[in-house]
Design a protein around this ligand. Sequence first.
Ligand code: ADP
Ligand code: GLC
Length: 537
Amino acid sequence: MPKQEGAPAAQPRGRDPRSRPAPDKAPPSGKRPSTLIIGSEVQPFAKTGGLADVLGALPPALDRLGWDATVALPRYRGVTAGALVDAFPVTVGGYTRDAGFFETPLAGHARALLVDCPDLYDREALYGVDAGDYPDNPRRYAFLARAALEFAARRGTVPSIVHAHDWQAGLAPVYLRTLYAAHPMLGGMPSVLTIHNLAYQGVFAADWLPALDLGWELFTIDRLEYWGRISFLKGGVLEADFITTVSPRYAEEIQTPELGFGFDGILRSRRADLRGILNGIDTREWDPPHDPFLPAPFDVKDLSGKRDAKIALLKRYGLAADTGAPARPLVGIVSRMIDQKGFDLIAALVDDLPRLDASFVVLGTGEARYQDLWKALAARYPDRIGAHIGFDESLAHLIEGGADIFLMPSRFEPCGLNQMYSMRYGTVPVVHAVGGLADTVHDYGLAAPGPGNGGPGDSRATGFVFHEYSPAAMLGALTRALTLFADGRRWHALQVAGMQQDFSWDRSAREYVKIYERAIGQRAAKADATSKGKGDK
Ligand code: ADP
Ligand code: GLC
């Protein structure tokens, strides 16, 4: 069972300096259906991983579909965005603090609601420091859910639905069914929980219950109890009207013991209400013709700017960039450096990777052993291997733009965004056939067609996929990619196929709207039945 309670620590970032589309100043219309989205990180305010990308892009996509979307997150240290729109005391289990509510527009009517409480959120990192997760994380995220819900109630026009993300918001559906069940504004409100990564379950000591305003009657196997402790995620899974996860394949995988992280039984018990909705990508933030982090724009018709990006990238890493160097294939990695992301496979190949006729550039933070491994490789092969340990949004864009191949050998991957960014930038992904990677990358094909591939030159092909999670299989896929790279015409066709994929948010947002509407419809039908005296069971 995984021990992590939150995601790895990282510095919150302030407002992204790049300009976003001008926000629409018009006030939200009261007639539009509305969603209150709750989560722990949102671009451009705070990010450690893909959750932030998703929560930054989903509200504007819902707005385009006619939904009024607000995303609530903590106002972490360094975030200065937003205008104060309300302030009132929030109490969680006897802990009372004044909360400030800062609103800032995203695109269209969509907005972020930054919950300010310096005692809880003005900290060095989002979730914890090297010594471990912040011990009061249960209170920090319970407070977020409570503050967001109570803010909505005070507005008078409550949202049509609450959409909670990951364990940090897992108590929102629980509070709606317990503490607020009879609340005049919040009672009966439907909720959806989205699981971005089942490895993080928000597991804490059971004696947190009273400090969270939750009764001991919830300490049972069919509520929050999880191996003698409580799990925020389990609470959310069992109390939300619908559960979604971020790819169809992952929705299946998490119902199996292999990838269910101890939750497979719980999820199977709710399979009728569980859906996989593939994430979209923010096609304005990640757009090679308009990417301010690239030295020159490029697009599917003219890839010449990609060569400029490659040279800039090689130089940025201090790798050889003259004479024949730019002709050598360049493999990029942008990743949290943890086992989930396949770094154990990479570690098993430390002697093999440098023997390939390729250069490598790596960007990431994570476990010390993996950081050290890449630093050592870079020191040993300074002209061909570059490692940057840190979090750097602009460098992530330059890698997507300048690399030829993107390596993402994740052991498991709920969705994964970087393989989609890669395809959009003409950078061919090499991935393990799991979760969202399997759903988004089509294999170029082995000598003979087989499951998941249509043979060499398959017109659907967009990358290289390996099935067995082993160093040899990963090396095999990477070698196939390097071999094809030498065939300029075929390689170009593969790049173009990737660049033509549609991973825009609109399709995914439509799926969320369908789920919202079902949840709202079900609740309305139940309320109707109750009012007609037919009972609510
Ligand atoms: P996960 O959320 O599991 O880390 P995803 O592929 O969904 O994986 O999303 C990762 C996101 O975080 C991408 O936007 C990626 O570019 C970004 N990212 C990860 N590590 C870094 C880093 N060190 N510097 C900049 N961006 C990073
Ligand atoms: C999680 C997953 C990743 C997914 C992201 C956004 O961090 O690890 O696969 O893309 O959430 O949903």
